[in-house]
Design a protein around this ligand. Structure first.
Ligand SMILES: N[C@@H](CCC(=O)N[C@@H](CS)C(=O)NCC(=O)O)C(=O)O
Length: 229
């Protein structure tokens, strides 16, 4: 049994999608980010960074794993699935996983901060992060023009990147003209495990839909309070 500490955000979805894909039994613990539960000493003992997600593997001496990329690698290696074991194949997956961890995630995170949450409108900062996101999406698009998946077969690299790219509208970054990226996004969205994974711990409405503007405002307000901590 794996314990998953999570919240409904892209980094959390990476772990829940992988657990769903692998069919591993897991128990969800919701971490209330607005209440600051991620900074509680008991939680920080599991995740020194005080963020979600974290897993605890009860079948491996209660091993705690933090950092979503490390969680994906752990789950893939534990099961021998979603990442090849030969050095070259493993390296290809890890390269595209690191591309997400060091690029897509942080840049989209900062685009969200300056486009959605920051109290002042700093247009050069908004442009900087949105342009960098678009550039990274173009890199993905180029890779996907020649490959069905990012790195060999469907892998944790696809899960990690899709979990963020699917929220591009919230970051204010267009995917227009990126046909290969859109084709790949459709393939991931059609996978039952991905559909289940993005509803853990709860289903989030499409915050860029006009009909959900109240929910979007409430979400942005909550995120603003996190920035002040
Ligand atoms: N590099 C970390 C980032 C984790 C992260 O930033 N998680 C966010 C949610 S997506 C969080 O816990 N935020 C709470 C906070 O900022 O206090 C990972 O990939 O696991």
């Amino acid at each position: 049994m794996i314990e998953l500490y999570t919240a409904p955000t892209p980094n959390g979805w990476k772990a829940s999608i992988a657990l769903e894909e692998l069919g591993l039994p897991y128990e969800v613990h919701v971490v209330d980010l607005l209440a600051g539960e991620q900074k509680h000493p008991d939680y920080v003992r599991l995740n020194p960074n005080g963020r979600i997600p974290t897993i605890v593997d009860r079948d491996a001496g209660n091993l705690a794993v933090f950092e979503s990329g490390a969680i994906l690698v752990y789950l893939a290696e534990k099961t021998g699935r979603l990442m090849p074991s030969d050095p070259a194949g493993r390296s290809r997956v890890i390269q595209w996983l690191m591309f997400q961890m060091g690029g897509v995630g942080p840049m989209m995170g900062q685009a969200n901060v300056f486009f959605r949450y920051f109290p002042e409108k700093l247009q050069p900062a908004i442009d900087r992060y949105q342009n960098e996101c678009r550039r990274l999406f173009e890199v993905l698009n180029t890779q996907l023009a020649a490959h069905e998946w990012l790195a060999g077969d469907y892998s944790i690299a696809d899960i990690a990147n899709w979990s963020w790219v699917r929220t591009h509208a919230w970051s204010g970054v267009s995917i227009d003209g990126l046909d290969h990226l859109q084709r790949w996004m459709g393939q991931l969205a059609a996978r039952p495990a991905c559909q289940r994974g993005v509803e853990v711990p709860v289903r989030v409405p499409n915050l860029t839909d006009e009909s959900n503007s109240d929910a979007a405002k409430a979400f942005a307000k909550g995120a603003q309070t996190l920035l002040q901590r």
